[in-house]
Design a protein around this ligand. Structure first.
Ligand SMILES: Nc1ncnc2c1ncn2[C@@H]1O[C@H](COP(=O)(O)OP(=O)(O)O)[C@@H](O)[C@H]1O
Ligand SMILES: [Mg+2]
Length: 241
């Protein structure tokens, strides 16, 4: 259940209100260059997302959703404008610092799962913990795999898992190191509607139980219904928020 400011003690409410938003962007622009051609992908995106929010980003193909998500995740630099994640201004970060920040604070989920095919589900998830240098945390591992309902699938390799199961493993991998922010690009894009519902309700549960902020791109109107807020984009701009 979501805790509102009214339900918590005044001092706690004050500190909650004083928290930095998880995401703050100001007039973000992105122009890709393809040879001599300039392709404008973002044309001034100003957006604030609070800690713990679950936001869906919707809009027609090519309107700049993935570009925005990649910028929020520090995978791409904007051409102009500012982006702060958890109070950290990306423009001041060198690439190595950005890589560390991304590893510690941000989890990514993609449409195509991107699991390593030669590793079991367990190894795929545990590898993320090792790479982060946190060592294996059995308590966290158990909590996350249970929440995602994949305890019985941990010894399977990706080819032996259904699409929905692979995506749940990919989500476990993304959140195993307790990132403050989870970014998902069309996480249900390859799933049938039943599996989509399962994956979406799990994202929602992670958001509520682990208090993880989520930004999810989606084409699916049902998917957007799982979010607290819907941001609509068109032609590189936010048209409703
Ligand atoms: N790496 C790239 N190089 C050149 N153009 C790109 C690149 N990535 C995206 N674009 C262009 O930027 C625009 C926005 O793309 P994208 O952010 O992927 O939109 P969406 O995710 O909403 O479909 C599109 O016109 C797309 O063709
Ligand atoms: Mg996209």
């Amino acid at each position: 259940m979501r805790i509102t400011a009214l339900q918590i003690a005044p001092t706690e409410a004050a500190s909650e209100l004083a928290m930095e938003p998880i995401i703050l962007t100001d007039s973000l622009e992105k122009v890709y260059r393809v040879g001599k051609v300039k392709v404008p992908a973002l044309r001034g995106v100003t957006l604030t997302i609070d800690q713990g929010e679950f936001v869906a980003v919707v809009g027609p193909s090519g309107c700049g959703k993935s570009t925005l998500l990649h910028i929020l995740g520090g995978l791409t630099r904007p051409t102009a404008g500012r982006v702060l994640v958890d109070g950290n201004d990306f423009c001041c970060m060198k690439d190595a610092e950005m890589t560390r920040f991304r590893r510690d604070k941000i989890g990514f989920v993609f449409q195509r799962y991107n699991l390593l095919p030669t590793l079991s589900a367990r190894q795929n998830i545990a590898l993320a913990q090792e790479i982060a240098g946190n060592g294996f945390n059995p308590h966290r591992f158990e909590r996350v795999t249970k929440l995602l309902g994949i305890e019985g699938k941990l010894n399977s390799r990706p080819f032996a898992l259904s699409g929905g199961e692979q995506q749940r493993v990919a989500i476990a991998r993304a959140v195993i190191c307790e990132p403050k922010l989870l970014l998902a690009d069309e996480p249900t894009g390859n799933l049938d509607s039943e599996n989509s519902q399962v994956v979406l309700s799990m994202l929602r549960q992670l958001n509520e139980e682990l208090r993880q902020s989520v930004v999810m791109i989606t084409h699916n109107p049902e998917a957007a219904a799982f979010a607290d807020r819907i941001v609509r984009m068109r032609d590189g701009r936010i048209v409703s928020n």
